[in-house]
Ligand binder design. Structure first.
Ligand SMILES: Cc1ncc(COP(=O)(O)O)c(C=O)c1O
Length: 389
């Protein structure tokens, strides 16, 4: 999904905004929570209902949609579809991954960064019931977690290192390749939960360095809840055998056998039960929009908007929690507030949709945002300057 193949300018900003009705009434800056709904995704959901009405159980087509999504997720990551599992969430994916780890011996540690999404931390700690020990890597005073902090926490007892690609809490981007180098030197696996990057950062699993990459369709992939994916490096997925499983992970779904466990040879062994049919339709449509524009063009467009936003915030003396170094951030900008709930509510009253984490306002930019969105937000923040820290 590297980008355009024609000489047409990429469809970003004003060129694509009309497909997302929310911009008729709102300044939408919340793609880190939920991507905006497009006409195309709405039509896809209606297509699911129409097909159900007309034909009843469209099993063949549903399974085809599952495979269409797997193939699209693989292209997004520049990977092979056989190395991608289709899941209902990142939680399901990570639970299946850790179910394949033997944590009873010497190598029982799971290292997690302080910037993991709660589900990753909670799943790691759940493994304490299976013999795991969880080690936390904490940020420096400036909020960054350099690869060296991970390296200090990793040793020959480490089974898995979790280093989210882009923090949902602060917008920090981890140096996944450097962290992976330290982990691999100690014989540990690396999970890069990339939910906050998929669809807006030009990812390539061949250079990212991680062994496992997870994501889902709720946010920058413009779909809805109930659908995610997990890529695994080929040698890793060949070696790992999940004990969290289901009939769609079997080598032959239609054998309908209750007599044994025969996981699929490919990453499908990390799939589970009945595919998430209602989420596949919007998922395939949403990821299709991202694919048409291309993640390289989207990342470039968003980088320009983020520069403009951070520049404006710095000009007004705001306390920006996201790094100013463009290489260490992505589409998410976090700004400290004295009363973030009041600030989010004040913005919402002006139909500016943003979100918060802890004491920080979160502003997310995506392919459909334009400079005017940034300027509208900056003007509102000047009016609500008293709520900024
Ligand atoms: C980084 C990250 N990981 C995972 C998730 C969600 O996980 P799940 O698909 O299990 O709900 C989110 C957001 O909802 C997220 O921001």
């Amino acid at each position: 999904m590297s980008g355009q193949t024609t000489t047409e300018p990429p469809r970003v900003g004003a060129a694509i905004r009309g497909e997302f009705p929310i911009f008729e009434t709102s300044t939408y800056l919340n793609s880190c929570s939920q991507g905006a709904l497009s006409h195309r995704v709405r039509d896809a959901v209606e297509g699911w209902l129409d097909g159900w009405d007309a034909n009843g159980a469209e099993w063949g087509f549903w399974v085809e949609r599952n495979e269409a999504f797997r193939a699209a997720a693989a292209r997004l990551l520049r990977a092979d579809a056989d190395d991608v599992a289709v899941t209902t969430s990142v939680s399901q994916a990570v639970s299946a991954l850790v179910s394949a780890l033997d944590l009873r011996g010497e190598r029982n540690r799971i290292v997690i960064s302080e910037y993991e999404f709660p589900t990753v931390g909670q799943i790691a700690h759940a493994q304490e019931l299976r013999g795991a020990e969880v080690v936390h890597v904490r940020p420096e005073a400036d909020g960054s977690i350099p690869a060296e902090r991970f390296a200090e926490a990793i040793d020959e007892r480490t089974a898995l290192v979790c280093c989210t690609t882009l923090s949902y809490r602060s917008g920090h981007r981890h140096d996944v390749a450097a962290i992976a180098e330290a982990a691999h030197a100690a014989g540990a696996l690396v999970l890069a939960d990339s939910y906050q990057a998929c669809g807006v950062v030009d990812l390539d699993v061949r250079s990212l360095g991680a062994d496992v990459v997870t994501g889902g369709t709720v946010k920058y992939l413009l779909g809805t809840a109930g659908l995610g994916f997990m890529w695994l490096r080929r040698e890793v997925r060949e070696r790992l055998v999940p004990t969290q499983t289901g009939w769609f992970a079997d080598e032959d779904i239609f054998a309908m056998s209750i007599a044994d466990y025969s996981p699929h040879a490919t990453a499908r062994k990390f799939d589970s039960g009945t595919p998430p049919v209602p989420s596949l339709y919007p998922g395939v449509a949403g990821i299709g929009i991202v694919e048409e524009t291309g993640t390289r063009a989207i990342e470039l467009h968003v980088a320009g908007l983020v520069d403009r936003l951070i520049g404006g915030l710095e000009d007004m003396g705001a306390n920006v929690a996201t790094p100013s170094d463009a290489g260490r951030r992505g589409p998410l900008v976090c700004v400290r507030s004295t009363d973030v709930d009041a600030l989010v509510a004040a913005l919402a009253a002006e139909r500016i949709v943003a979100s918060s984490r802890e004491d920080k306002l979160r502003v997310a930019l995506h392919l459909y945002n334009v400079e005017e969105d940034v300027d509208t937000l900056l003007a509102a923040l000047v009016r609500h300057r008293a709520l900024l820290a």
